[in-house]
Structures are given as structure tokens and as C-alpha cells.
Design a protein around this ligand. Structure first.
Ligand code: SAM
Length: 211
């Protein structure tokens, strides 16, 4: 293993999980997480479960079980230690090829994950496949700004930013990707997310239905 690869492995295993908890675990972001997770029901799939920051938020009165997938073993280990009021199953997998039968879930949750996957379109197609008809995707994601000047900066900076931030893209077009994957957007609000990349980051919170 070369020096760069060793550094990357150490970063992924020892530094990134702490960083993720700090950056994505702020009180302000927790407010948006709660709003998103409150709508979850039935059999829930959380894509890119990460360190499990959402797991304590699922309500046992409406949620039967949460299945969380993530490609990162160190993050899954952290998630496994998180308290939860509902049964939780964690699997190592990627969003672009989900190891589940079609129509298995009632709800699929994405929080700050579409920015980091390799292929957001394929990810959402897979989410659609594993949802039952009428099932919902719940999301809080940051993405492309509607302001063309900011969008230009997001596109320019993404190539650098993603190398130090776990493949996080600043310029993912969340509504466009949802529609292209065959979802019907039920409701969606955008808000300026000052807690991640300042003025560069616009976040989208909403729900989309599998038609
Ligand atoms: C910014 S973190 C957010 C984690 C978590 N969703 C949260 O809200 O705290 C992005 C997550 O996406 C995961 N991820 C990256 N590529 C992925 C892929 N191809 N499939 C599934 N998850 C992926 C990362 O391992 C990481 O856990």
C-alpha cells in the first residue's frame, strides 16, 4: 500500500467519522433531521446511514424497523453503537446496487447522502425499485443553488472539495435527479444551509412519492 493510500485509509477510519459527527451533528442540522425523520413509517431503508445520527430519531409508534446501508465499515461500527427505539439492521452496501428485493420498503431516507454517492441517478432508481408502490423518499440534502453565480462556484469548487470531504459534491441537482428517477415530488423546501459550506450550500428538505 502506497503512502497516499495509507493516509486515505487512516483518514477514512479515524478522522472522517469524528468529522462527520461534528459537521453533521450540529443542533441546527438536528432540527432538519427531526423534521425529515418524523414522517418515516413502516419498513424504513436509510441510504448512507453513516455514523447513525438519525437512528435515535425514529419513532417506534410509526416505524417497524430501520435497515441502514453504507459502504464504510468504520461508520457502520459507529452507527451500531447508537441508541434507537426501533429494531435496526445495518448492512455494508452501496446505494447504486441495493441488496434488497423490489418493493420491500415503505420509506427510504436520504440525509446528506446524495452529495456523496458516485451516481445519484442510479441511487434514486435503486431507491425507487426497493420502494413499494406509493412508498416515499424523505430527504434533507444540500445541492445546486438556484442562483447561477453561486452554482458556477459550486461547480468549480466541487473537484477540490470532494477529495477532502468523503466525495461530497456541492453541485448535485436534487429535484432534477428525483424527477429523472421517476419520483413525484410531494413537497420540497429549500433553505440556506449555513452549517456546512456557508453561502455555497443550499439544502432541500422534502418528500417524493414512488409513482
Ligand atoms: C455526509 S455523510 C452523511 C451520513 C448520514 N446520512 C447523516 O445524515 O449523517 C455521507 C454518507 O454517504 C455515504 N456514502 C458514500 N458513498 C456511498 C454510496 N455509494 N452508497 C451509499 N452510501 C454512500 C458515506 O459513507 C457517508 O456515510
Amino acid at each position: 500500500m502506497g503512502a497516499i493510500e495509507r493516509l486515505r485509509t487512516t483518514w477514512d477510519a479515524r478522522v472522517y467519522p469524528h468529522l462527520l459527527d461534528r459537521v453533521c451533528g450540529t443542533a441546527a442540522i438536528s432540527v432538519e433531521r427531526r423534521r425529515c425523520i418524523a414522517a418515516a413509517s413502516g419498513e424504513v431503508l436509510e441510504v448512507g446511514v453513516g455514523s447513525g445520527l438519525n437512528l435515535p430519531l425514529f419513532d417506534a409508534r410509526t416505524v417497524a424497523r430501520v435497515t441502514g446501508i453504507d459502504p464504510s465499515a468504520p461508520l457502520l461500527a459507529r452507527a451500531a453503537a447508537r441508541p434507537a427505539a426501533v429494531p435496526v439492521e445495518l448492512r455494508r452496501a452501496v446505494a447504486e446496487a441495493l441488496p434488497f428485493d423490489a418493493g420491500r420498503f415503505d420509506t427510504v431516507v436520504f440525509t446528506y447522502t446524495l452529495c456523496s454517492v458516485d451516481d445519484p441517478r442510479q441511487t434514486l432508481r435503486e431507491a425507487r425499485r426497493v420502494l413499494r408502490a406509493g412508498g416515499r423518499v424523505l430527504f434533507v440534502e444540500h445541492g445546486l443553488s438556484p442562483d447561477p453565480a453561486i452554482a458556477r462556484w459550486q461547480r468549480r469548487l466541487t473537484s477540490v472539495w470532494r477529495t477532502v470531504s468523503g466525495n461530497c459534491h456541492l453541485d448535485r441537482d436534487v429535484p432534477r435527479e428525483l424527477l429523472a428517477a421517476g419520483f413525484c415530488i410531494e413537497h420540497m423546501g429549500g433553505y440556506q444551509d449555513h452549517h456546512r459550506a456557508g453561502w455555497l450550500s443550499v439544502a432541500y428538505l422534502g418528500a417524493a412519492t414512488r409513482s
